[in-house]
Design a protein around this ligand. Structure first.
Ligand code: SF4
Ligand code: SF4
Length: 228
């Protein structure tokens, strides 16, 4: 079994976490997904860089690939959009801009930004959550999709790639929904998943997506009012 790298768990230190995100962004093209390991009782942001790639071991750790055998892969099904539409908290780290076309970079650099002193030096982050109710500037309300997707599956900000609600998961081609969780005596969170069929999965997507659907209705009405 080969080795894979996972991002160390975030700390209660914003500067450190931003530093870790910047380092993770460097390896974005080798990002494999976020998994929940029942054995480790932990979410794992998994990267498989090609041999010879520099990996910053201050923020990454190496694990055996066998850990992923019984792990659930976190999923973000189309139609939910909850993370993008209100209070998204979305932002992008400056080193991620280089993979985006100039017109997108220009749009981002006009966004409010923050310069943060991290253990790896100053890092600028650009806020993307500046539309009404914290909607992300790259969220297409009508289509219900991220406008950055067309530039490749790793074009989204690393924070978006790494953040999951943990409601939806897959394993060995099967669909799972979170049934609940409990905090273990070691302080770690144990997530319980239940296998479901496609109908139950779709019902949950619709339930979660109701926030976006309501938002879109108001968005359309506001658009109609503005045009009259
Ligand atoms: S709440 Fe979950 S499924 Fe919905 S957009 Fe966020 S991560 Fe995706
Ligand atoms: S960048 Fe894309 S995925 Fe991230 S919050 Fe914005 S619309 Fe959603």
């Amino acid at each position: 079994m080969g080795k894979v790298y996972v991002l160390k768990e975030p700390k209660k230190d914003k500067a450190w976490n931003i530093y870790a995100l910047r380092e993770a962004a460097r390896l974005k093209r080798w990002f494999q997904g976020v998994y929940y390991s029942p054995r480790l009782k932990r979410l794992l942001a998994v990267f498989k860089p090609t041999p010879g790639t520099h990996v910053n071991m201050l923020v990454f750790e190496e694990i055996g690939e066998s850990i992923l055998r019984d792990a659930y892969k976190m999923e973000c099904p189309r139609g939910c959009n909850r993370c993008c539409v209100i209070r998204s908290g979305a932002f992008i780290v400056e080193n991620e801009l280089r993979w985006l076309p100039k017109e997108v970079r220009d749009r981002i650099t006009k966004q409010p930004s923050e310069l943060i002193r991290t253990p790896g030096g100053w890092v600028r982050i650009y806020r993307l959550d500046t539309e009404t109710m914290g909607r992300c500037v790259f969220f297409d309300v009508e289509k219900g999709s991220c406008m950055l997707e067309k530039y490749g599956k790793h074009a989204k900000p690393v924070v978006c790639l790494l953040t999951y609600c943990t409601v939806f998961a897959t394993r060995d081609g099967k669909l799972y929904l979170k049934k609940g969780y409990r905090v273990h005596r070691d302080g770690r969170t144990v997530i319980h998943y239940e296998e479901v069929d496609k109908r139950a999965w779709s019902r949950m997507v619709s339930r979660m997506g109701s926030v976006w659907v309501r938002y879109r209705k108001i968005y359309r009405e506001a658009g109609e009012e503005a045009s009259t």
